[in-house]
Design a protein around this ligand. Structure first.
Ligand code: CUA
Length: 317
């Protein structure tokens, strides 16, 4: 039942422009420090082997001084190279694209991600949760906020970490370079379910991204079969609708994730479960058993109401 976000999650395999800078700095640091480490070990071994054989003499003294000078020069050059490249990496990371083509607002909650695609055209604004779709080779601006405690936004394949601090809005730029699926995560301990605060990231072509956005904007068609109709009425007539919104219905709740297209997501509960009917049923029946401490209260439902709800939500593509 346990959900896995099995996509790429590695700072060592950069798939974004910023992660590439960080990866390059890591490689340079590893090479410089690795070579110096091996040299130190090599010379230390040599010194141990020669100690017993040679006595100190005038000539030895001079050679020693020359070797020390070379050694000190290598240390200075190595540290200088690391300092300069670290500075240049830092500059490259904070450099903001003059006109980002996509603007997103992310709010971290205990324990899920609220994601809003903003647009000057208010009919294009889109609210979703726990999934990030990004067009490849595009400058993306993300404004970040927290609704409760300190969280940290981290998609290692695309960029480094950035903290989300309540009352202190911040921002980050992304430029994905490789189409694929990646895993984002919360990288700051934020309470009981910190480990279950994953973000499913899809980098796709601009066309696919536009299709996704358009589809997400459309309200799901009203259910036609009796079971799904019962599911909808259960949803809007219980506590579900107080916290969650489903476009085109009377559910307007804003404190929980928007569920308008829940069936199109790969995971439930911020990566805690794969999105299958069985997992959905288990989650609705006992979310506290699956993700203890989460903010969703258990709504008492009859088995047929539960089935109807699962059928209804499962059709929200
Ligand atoms: Cu949110 Cu850790």
């Amino acid at each position: 039942m346990a959900g896995e976000v099995a996509s790429l999650h590695s700072a060592l395999e950069p798939a974004g422009a910023h992660a590439q800078h960080i990866g390059d700095l890591w490689n340079l640091t590893m090479w410089i420090c690795g070579v110096m480490y091996l040299l130190v070990l090599g010379f230390a071994t040599l010194a141990l082997l020669r100690r017993s054989r040679e006595r100190t003499s005038e000539g030895n003294e001079r050679r020693m001084q020359r070797a020390l000078t070379i050694w000190a020069t290598m240390i200075v050059i190595g540290l200088f190279a690391l300092t300069v490249s670290s500075y240049l990496t830092d500059r490259a990371l904070v450099h903001a694209a003059p006109e980002p083509q996509v603007a997103i607002h992310i709010t971290a909650h205990q324990w899920w991600w609220e994601i809003e695609y903003t647009s000057a055209d208010s009919s294009r604004r889109l609210r979703t949760a726990n999934e990030l779709h990004l067009p490849v080779d595009t400058d993306i601006h993300i404004a970040l906020d927290s609704a409760d405690v300190i969280h940290s936004f981290w998609v290692p394949s695309l960029h480094g970490k950035i903290d989300l601090i309540p009352g202190r809005p911040t921002q980050i730029e992304l430029r994905p370079l490789t189409v694929g699926r990646y895993r984002g995560t919360c990288a700051e301990f934020c309470g009981m379910q910190h480990a279950h605060m994953a973000l499913d990231v899809t980098v796709e072509s601009s066309q696919q991204f536009a299709v996704w956005w358009d589809r997400q904007l459309r309200a799901p068609p009203p259910p036609t079969d009796p079971q799904r109709q019962m599911g909808l009425s259960t949803f809007v007539n219980t506590e579900c609708a107080l916290c969650h919104a489903i476009s085109g219905t009377d559910a307007f709740g804003m404190t929980g994730p928007d569920l308008s297209h829940i069936a199109s997501r790969r995971y439930l509960a911020a990566g805690a479960l794969t999105n299958t009917p069985e997992n959905m049923r288990a989650w609705l029946a006992d979310s506290q058993g699956i993700k203890p401490g989460n903010r969703m209260p258990t709504v008492p439902l009859a088995p047929e109401e539960l089935d109807a709800l699962v059928a209804y939500l499962g059709g929200l593509q």
